[in-house]
Design a protein around this ligand. Structure first.
Ligand code: C5P
Length: 402
């Protein structure tokens, strides 16, 4: 699989002659699997047309901060949440100054302010502008804030000067963008993640299950693999493709998930139980399809084994993380429920969310969670599940003993 498969890159284009190379950046990012959306400043449209960028990216180009039509289609906050990474290439001296000052008067600057995704810029300007003390000061400030600076390269410039300030080559920019996902924070670790629902058979054609889509668990597995972990994903029935570099074990019932988890647990340093495991299963699985006859039907159920508790009870237990899908808001005591689970199941961390909110959780692409430890908690506001997964993996990786 190409390194940016399924990744959502927001490409910001600012005004400068190197903007013509942005068209090529779209192509190179797409070559490695990325889905690209383009935001242009007014100055950028003087150098390359939005139509070119739209045709190449296959998505509408975003230009205005205060445009009711554009806001109705995909508002600036939604766009900020959509991006896995924001890449500004070329980044002009003027844009870099705005970014340093935290200005938000145009769409691209506002997006950079609103987004919690990693940000990378590829500066491009005349060598004198690049060498200027103000620009150098701004670049140092941005570097200090964790913003990635790609280039610039040295060489002959469009204005006839020779020196540093040329935008790096599109191919190099695409490669550096792909590298942003490879954090290595779990290198050498074995990680097991359970995901999706389980199905508990009633008879050969019927089962009891739930609405879990598996999206959160699959995003976590992808983030764990990108963090360098040997990643095993134990998945109930879902309609998602297995992430690259992940060993996926397909199971159906809770008992199968339990067996697979305990068989793999040896040598595992991190176990994340994101699966929505059925709490009960029918005592008897009828060998024949149950015929419709009586006005009512009673199915006797028995409790399933608790997978995450069993893993947390192992002698050489991994760092163990559970999920708590509750129909309770923070105000209604989400944290209390989560902390109860943490203690009862002997977990190191519980990630809790309110599944009664339809815009997050179960089938949604977004999620907002409360990360609960024994003595503290942290709320992570609504964001797309792959960014959330990376944030969670980064947080967990920092908590695991070496
Ligand atoms: O008890 P409850 O189902 O609310 O707990 C949720 C957490 O426990 C999740 O992390 C889920 O994956 C895990 N779990 C499990 N095995 C079960 C039930 C829940 O691993 N049988």
């Amino acid at each position: 699989m190409p390194p940016l498969a399924n990744k959502r890159i927001l490409l910001g284009v600012t005004g400068g002659i190197a903007a013509y190379k942005s068209a090529e950046i779209i192509r190179r990012l797409q070559d490695v699997g990325a889905n690209v959306r383009v935001v242009m400043t007014h100055a950028a449209t003087q150098f390359i047309t939005p139509l070119t960028m739209q045709a190449l990216s296959g998505n509408p180009v975003h230009l205005e901060l205060l445009d009711t039509d554009a806001e109705a289609a995909m508002g600036h906050i939604e766009l900020a949440r959509w991006a896995d990474v924001i890449l500004v290439a070329p980044a002009s001296a003027d844009f870099i100054a705005k970014l340093t000052n935290g200005e938000g008067g145009d769409l691209l600057s506002a997006l950079c302010l609103a987004s919690r995704s990693p940000l990378a810029i590829a500066p491009a300007m005349n060598q004198g502008m690049w060498r200027n003390a103000s620009t150098q000061h701004n670049i140092e400030q941005l570097r200090g804030r964790g913003i990635n600076i790609f280039g610039p390269a040295e060489g002959s410039q469009a204005c006839g000067d020779v020196g540093p300030g040329r935008m790096s080559e599109p191919e190099d920019i695409a490669e550096l963008t792909a590298d942003l996902f490879e954090t290595g924070t779990l290198a050498g670790k074995k990680v097991i993640i359970t995901a999706g629902p389980t199905r508990e058979a009633i008879d050969p054609v019927r089962y009891i299950s739930n609405h879990s889509s598996g999206k959160m668990g699959y995003a976590l597995a992808e983030a764990a693999a990108e963090a360098g972990a040997e990643t095993i994903l134990i998945s109930g029935p879902v309609s998602l493709t297995s992430p690259d570099r992940v060993k996926t074990i397909a199971v159906t019932s809770a008992q199968e998930m339990y067996d697979a988890a305990l068989a793999e647990a040896d040598g595992c340093q991190l176990f994340i139980a994101s699966a929505a495991v059925a709490d009960y299963r029918p005592v008897q699985v009828s060998e024949q399809k149950i015929k419709k006859a009586a006005d009512s039907l009673t199915i006797e159920m028995v409790k399933n084994p608790d997978i995450v508790s069993a893993v947390a009870a192992l002698q050489n237990r991994p760092f163990t993380v559970g999920f708590a899908a509750e129909t309770a808001t923070v105000e209604q005591g989400l944290e209390l429920h989560a902390r109860g689970k943490l203690e009862r199941k002997n977990l190191d961390l519980v990630i809790a969310n309110d599944v009664s909110d339809r815009t997050i959780g179960f089938n949604s692409d977004d999620n907002a969670v409360l990360v609960v430890e024994m003595k503290s908690s942290e709320a992570i506001p609504k964001i797309n599940k792959s960014i959330l997964a990376r944030q969670l993996i980064a947080k967990i990786a920092a908590m695991i003993p070496n």
